[in-house]
Ligand binder design. Structure first.
Ligand code: C2E
Ligand code: CA
Ligand code: CA
Length: 614
């Protein structure tokens, strides 16, 4: 931002201060006039002061924070003219008084002129050139006046006034530098020197207003896994990385006349120049974003090591003048959020459809938070049978019947719960309900060989999970139960989690809990995973069972069962819908069957009836 134009608010306040000062002290001249000369000239002069004050007051009123930068610059130019004219009025009266013979009038003239020079040097300090011109204009007539007297003492006084002029200008320069510095601190980020959130939002706001008929793009750039770098390599390295990223962004942006800011943390934003059509703007936005992705991915050399990082970018195309800066930032944020969720290292451009999806997600997120309290979450149980249709176990499946949304699939709400962390609370509720049911069944003499509960990875890896299980087991006295409790888990992607996972599994095994590898064959399957995890059971994903007609899928299922047998795991096939599927699996000696062929997931009471008949 240009130094000279960055003090709008400061100058705005100064207008009232000078008006009050000038209107308040001006009548002093009328009083002097009535004592020493004629009142007429002074009164006329004061009327002039009033007129110029009105001009100043109008300028004061016409200013608003929401003005565009261009409008503010224009306004500031008028304020400068006003200030110059206003201060010049004092020189006018000075010249008039010293032209008089009365020495008392000379004293008054010199004193007030000095006074107004001092005032100018403070009030106009933010305007570098204006202060120089005004102070010189106010001080030089005094110097010249002394020189014209032509006496030794007057030469000395002339010299003093010159010194004073320099002192005033020096003080003004210091104030200016101080104002600049504090303004810089208020509007810039200390680490990278880029404009901060406040600066960027003001800038964006004024750009939105200025380019009503044009198109600009706004990028929100968030580094991927920056937190991991901070946590593992330390904040010093994190800071250096941020500085380097900001330099790369600035370098790329300067070529395109784009403005970069840092919103905080590892979030940067860039605003483009204006384009005439939406198509051009979109094309440029995409082109530029891809350049940034590429540039950010280049290696960083920090403290003797080379680092790599990527970024996710959300783009908002700005055209609608009805929206404000924060609205556009929100759009870019939604797009960025989507880029993160679709695998990071990507650019997503905001559109209304995206907005609907995100709003729906946010609604689910909001409603889910009170679903347990409102008794909207309940459990269903799906039987697991042996080859000869004997029920030996069941899988607990969560259901959500929302008052507003109706039935919401667990595939949807479990994912939302996982991404928001609500799964900890929800999982705890499901676990407790399942254990309660198990206890009731024991009392009812419904004996099962196993009860399977789905446990999300985030829930399992939570630091309080083992304590939770221990607490519930004690509360419901589960240790004596004959039924095996199985935790169904899906595979995790990172090896770091794998080590922790194995530790936790081994810890929980002490409570006689068994583990089942769910959805085997999908996601991040790897053979080393089932080799390393001390599991009890393996569940073949229903997508394989659904396509058993396909020879290749059939042989894959055969291999999975072979592997499972070789590793001494119980094999469960889920999603068994037809007799043909079951026969095929039975031929391969699959251990357990779960699917619509035998039963859909059902309520507790129905499951109890089923068990009594079985
Ligand atoms: P999953 O663990 O793979 O659960 C099996 C899913 O297959 C269930 O879907 C079940 O209703 C469905 N299913 C069972 N038999 C058949 C069949 O013959 N044909 C077809 N087409 N589908 C069948 P559901 O209940 O919609 O659950 C979906 C997923 O939501 C579950 O997949 C699981 O990942 C998750 N989930 C459900 N309940 C819980 C829970 O309590 N905790 C956690 N963490 N996740 C849960
Ligand atoms: Ca499952
Ligand atoms: Ca499954």
């Amino acid at each position: 931002m240009n130094d000279n134009i960055s003090f709008y608010n400061f100058m705005h306040k100064q207008i009232v201060v000078v008006i009050a000062l000038f209107l308040g002290t001006g009548p002093g001249y009328i009083l002097m006039g009535s004592l020493y000369s004629s009142v007429l000239v002074e009164t006329l002069w004061y009327l002039l002061v009033i007129c110029v004050s009105l001009w100043g007051y109008k300028l004061y009123k016409s200013y608003s924070l929401g003005m565009t930068i261009r409008a503010k610059n224009k306004w500031l130019l008028y304020v400068r003219y006003f200030m110059f004219v206003y201060f010049s009025l004092w020189t006018v009266i000075f010249l008039y008084y010293i032209s008089k013979d009365d020495i008392n009038l000379h004293y008054i003239a010199i004193a007030t002129q000095l006074g107004s020079a001092v005032v100018a040097s403070t009030i106009l300090a933010s305007q570098k050139h204006l202060v120089i011109i005004t102070v010189t204009l106010l001080m030089s007539p005094i110097t010249i006046f002394f020189l014209f007297i032509g006496e030794t003492y007057s030469y000395l006084l002339a010299f003093f006034t010159i010194v004073l002029t320099f002192v005033l200008l020096y003080a003004a320069k210091n104030t200016h530098a101080y104002l600049l510095k504090s303004r810089f601190q208020a509007y810039h980020d200390y680490l990278t020197g880029l404009g901060n959130r406040r600066y960027f939002i003001e800038y964006l706001g004024s750009s939105v207003k200025e380019n009503r008929d044009k198109y600009t793009y706004l990028l929100l750039i968030d580094l991927d896994y920056f937190k991991t770098i901070n946590d593992t390599l330390g904040h010093d390295v994190g800071d250096k990385l941020l500085i380097e990223v900001s330099q790369r962004l600035t370098e790329l942006s300067s070529v395109h006349h784009n403005v970069v800011g840092r919103l905080g943390g590892d979030e940067f934003c860039i605003l483009s120049d204006a384009f005439d059509t939406k198509e051009i703007c979109l094309a440029r936005a995409e082109e530029f974003s891809n350049k940034i992705l590429k540039k950010i991915k280049e290696a960083y050399f920090i403290e003797d090591s080379s680092l790599h990082i990527s970024a996710s970018i959300g783009v908002s195309i700005i055209n609608n003048p009805k929206l404000n800066a924060n609205d556009f930032l929100k759009e870019a944020d939604i797009a960025m959020y989507e880029a993160k969720h679709s695998g990071r290292d990507d650019v997503i451009i905001f559109n209304d459809e995206l907005c609907t999806i995100i709003e729906k997600k946010l609604q689910i997120e909001r409603l889910l938070r009170c679903a347990i309290e409102k008794n909207e979450i309940y459990l269903q149980y799906q039987p697991q049978t042996t080859c000869d249709n004997k029920i030996i176990g069941c899988e607990v499946l969560a259901r959500w019947k929302s008052a507003q949304l109706g039935m919401v699939s667990p595939e949807v709400f479990i994912e939302v719960a996982e991404s928001t962390g609500y799964i900890i609370e929800l999982g705890e509720f499901i676990l407790e309900e399942s254990i309660k049911t198990l206890k009731q069944w024991e009392i009812m003499h419904i004996s099962l060989h196993q009860l399977s509960i789905n446990i999300s990875m985030r829930q399992l890896l939570n630091k309080d999970f083992i304590a939770l299980v221990r607490g519930l087991f004690e509360k419901y006295n589960v240790a004596e139960c004959k039924t095996k409790i199985i935790f169904e888990i899906t595979e995790t992607s990172t090896s770091e989690d794998l080590k922790r996972l194995i530790t936790i599994i081994n810890e929980l095994k002490k409570y006689n809990i068994h583990f089942s590898i769910d959805d085997f064959g999908t996601g991040y399957s790897s053979l080393s995973y089932i080799r390393d995890i001390p599991a009890y059971e393996l569940k073949i994903d229903k997508s394989f069972i659904a396509e058993l007609d396909d020879k290749r899928q059939a042989s894959l299922v055969k291999s999975i069962i072979d592997i499972s047998k070789n590793l001494n795991l119980t094999t469960v096939a889920e999603g068994v819908e037809t007799q043909a599927q079951k026969d095929f699996l039975a031929n391969l000696d699959c251990d357990l069957y779960q699917g619509y062929l035998f039963s859909k997931p059902i309520l507790k009471e129905d499951f109890e009836k089923l068990m009594q008949n079985n």
